[in-house]
Design a protein around this ligand. Structure first.
Ligand code: NA7
Length: 493
C-alpha cells in the first residue's frame, strides 16, 4: 500500500505514454497520489484500441460490467456485451470525471526515451521537437496497434476499396457490394456478423477455421439501468458473478493443464456448438478446426454460426494465389470478383512502445534487449531500464478476460516501487538481469506446455514460436502482483 503520509512534498515527475485504457488508469492513480505527470498521446483523442478500431460489429468479448475500472462501475451499458463506441464513450466519461484531460498532450508522439544515469531521470522526446524530463515512465502504449497486412502477391493492385480493419473508413462500400473479407480472428468474425445482411455477397477467406465458444447475449432495459444506478451492488453481482469468474478460472486452469477436465469442458462446449449450430454438413466441416480449442484466442460469439449460414456468405477455404485488380484469384483457379476487400489480418503484436527508441543504462536499447523476443520481468519492469513501468507489457496474461483488471493489478504492483522513489528511499529501480533471466527461463518452459503452444499459429506466439504470454494460472498472477520481491530488484540510492 502507498505510504503517502511519509512522502516528502513535491510529487514524482512522470510521463505516461498513451491515453488508452491503461494510460488513463495510470493518470487517475498518479493524480490521486499527487504526482506531477503528463500523458503523451500520439492521436487527437483518448481511447487507444477503442479509438483506433471503428469497424462494423466491433464488440468487446468481455462482459461490459466486467470491462470497466473496478473503481468506476457503469450503470449505462446497453447490453451484456458492449460495442466499441459505447466503450469509447465510457473512457471519455471517466477521463473527464477524474479531471485527466488537462493532463493529456494530444498529437504528441513519443519518439525516444533516454535514461540519464547520473540524474536518474528519463528524457522523453516528442515528435516535432521538445523533450520532457521525468523520474518515471509509464509505457501504456497498447499491444495491438500496428496493423499487419497479409503477405499476398498483388495486394496493392486491387482496384476496388481495400481497408484494414483497424483503419476503417466510414465510406467503405458495403451495401449491395461484393465484399471479400480476409481473416477470421475475433475481428473478421465480428465484421462478418455485422455486414452479411448488407452486402450483395460476402466471400470470407478462411485460412484456418476457428473454435467458437457460445455465450449469452441480452440487452439491459431502462428499468435495469435505473436499478444499477440506484444500487451499484447489482453491478457487482454481475461483475463478480460466479459464472463469469468461474469461466475465467476454467479457462486459465485449462490453458495450463491442457489434458485436464477444464480444457475438456471448453473443447466440448465448442465442439457441440459447431455440431448443433451449423446445419449444412459440408459447411460444418469447412468450419471445423484441426487444432485444439483455445490454442488460438477463443472466439466468443452468440451469433457467428447463425450469420455465417446467411445465403449471402460464402466461406472460401482454398488458398489464395494472388490479388488482382478485380478480385481474388485462388490457387485452384477460382476467381472472386470483388468491389471491396477487407483485411482483418491482425496486428504486429511484438511492438509495444516501439517504434519509439528506448535507451536504458549503459546505452543499451530496448530493441537490442528484445532482439529475441519482447519481455519484461513479471510483465511490468525491464532489467537495464530503470523506473520504467509497463502496463499490459510483454509476458502478461492474455485470454478471454478483462485487460483492465490486469492493468489494475500491474499498477498496484508498480505503485509499491513508486513509493520507494517518492519516499526518496531509492532513486532508481529495475529488476536484476539474474532475476529476470530466471523468470524468463521458468516462463518459457511453462509457456511451451500451455494450450497456446499445442500446435497452431496465432498472435500469441513470439517469433521463435513460443507463447509470449503468462503461462501460469490467473490466481498465480494475482498473487505475483500483490508485492514486488525487492530482492529481485537493483535499487540505487
Ligand atoms: P488475429 O486474431 O491475429 O487474426 C488474423 C486473421 O487473419 C487470422 O484468421 C489469420 O489466419 C488471417 N490471416 C493473416 N494473414 C493472412 C493471409 N496472408 N492469408 C489469409 N489469412 C490471413 O487478428 P484479429 O484482428 O482478428 O484479432 C486480434 C485480437 O484483437 C483478438 O484476439 C482480440 O484480442 C482483439 P490464420 O489463423 O493465421 O491462418
Amino acid at each position: 500500500m502507498s505510504d503517502k503520509t511519509s512522502a516528502p512534498a513535491g510529487g514524482l515527475k512522470a510521463v505516461i505514454v498513451g491515453a488508452g485504457m491503461a494510460g488513463i488508469l495510470a493518470a487517475i492513480k498518479l493524480k490521486q497520489r499527487g504526482e506531477d505527470f503528463v500523458v503523451l498521446e500520439k492521436a487527437a483523442r483518448i481511447g487507444g484500441t477503442w479509438r483506433e478500431n471503428r469497424y462494423p460489429g466491433l464488440t468487446c468479448d468481455v462482459p461490459a460490467h466486467a470491462y470497466t475500472y473496478s473503481f468506476e462501475p457503469y450503470a449505462e451499458w446497453p447490453a451484456y456485451y458492449a460495442k466499441g463506441p459505447e466503450i469509447q464513450a465510457y473512457f471519455e466519461m471517466v477521463t473527464d470525471k477524474y479531471g485527466i484531460r488537462p493532463h493529456i498532450r494530444f498529437n504528441a508522439e513519443v519518439t525516444a526515451l533516454d535514461w540519464d544515469e547520473a540524474a536518474s531521470q528519463w528524457t522523453v522526446r516528442v515528435a516535432g521537437g521538445d523533450a520532457i524530463v521525468a523520474d518515471v515512465v509509464v509505457a501504456a502504449s497498447g499491444v495491438l496497434h500496428h496493423p499487419k497486412l497479409p503477405d499476398i502477391a498483388g495486394l496493392d493492385s486491387f482496384a476496388g476499396t481495400k481497408v484494414h480493419s483497424a483503419q476503417w473508413r466510414e465510406d467503405t462500400p458495403i451495401d449491395g457490394k461484393r465484399v471479400g473479407l480476409i481473416g477470421n480472428g475475433s475481428t473478421g468474425v465480428q465484421i462478418l456478423t455485422a455486414i452479411n445482411k448488407r452486402v450483395d455477397k460476402l466471400v470470407h477467406f478462411q485460412r484456418s477455421p476457428q473454435w467458437i465458444m457460445p455465450v449469452p447475449y441480452f440487452t439491459y432495459s431502462d428499468e435495469e439501468r435505473a436499478a444499477f444506478r440506484a444500487d451499484p451492488s447489482l453491478i457487482d453481482a454481475i461483475r463478480y458473478n460466479d459464472e463469469y469468474l468461474g469461466a475465467i478460472k476454467r479457462f486459465t486452469d485449462g490453458i495450463t493443464d491442457i489434458d485436464g477436465p477444464q480444457m475438456a469442458e471448453i473443447e466440448e462446449y465448442c465442439r457441440l456448438n459447431l455440431e448443433n449450430s451449423v446445419r449444412d454438413p459440408a459447411l460444418r466441416e469447412k468450419l471445423r478446426p484441426n487444432y485444439r480449442a483455445a490454442c488460438k484466442r477463443l472466439i466468443y460469439s452468440w451469433c457467428y454460426y447463425e450469420e455465417v449460414q446467411h445465403p449471402a456468405v460464402f466461406v472460401e477455404t482454398g488458398r489464395i494465389e494472388r490479388i488482382e485488380p478485380a478480385g481474388v484469384r485462388m490457387v485452384d483457379g477460382t476467381f472472386h470478383e470483388l468491389d471491396t476487400l477487407i483485411l482483418a489480418t491482425g496486428f504486429h503484436a511484438d511492438r509495444f512502445i516501439r517504434p519509439a527508441g528506448v535507451t536504458g543504462t549503459g546505452g543499451q536499447t530496448l530493441d537490442a534487449a528484445w532482439a529475441v523476443r519482447p519481455t519484461a520481468y513479471y510483465a511490468v519492469t525491464v532489467p537495464g531500464f530503470p523506473n520504467f513501468i509497463m502496463l499490459n507489457g510483454p509476458t502478461g496474461p492474455v485470454g478471454n478476460f478483462s485487460l483492465i483488471d490486469i492493468a489494475e493489478m500491474q499498477w498496484a504492483y508498480a505503485e509499491q516501487l513508486l513509493d520507494l522513489l517518492r519516499q526518496r528511499k531509492v532513486r532508481a529501480f529495475a529488476p536484476t538481469a539474474e532475476a529476470h533471466a530466471h523468470y524468463e527461463e521458468r516462463r518459457i518452459a511453462a509457456a511451451k506446455k500451455t494450450i497456446f503452444g499445442s500446435g497452431c499459429t496465432s498472435w500469441y506466439l513470439d517469433a521463435t514460436g513460443v507463447p509470449a504470454s503468462w503461462p501460469w494460472s490467473y490466481d498465480a498472477f494475482v498473487d505475483a502482483m500483490k508485492a514486488p520481491v525487492l530482492e529481485d530488484y537493483a535499487l540505487s540510492a
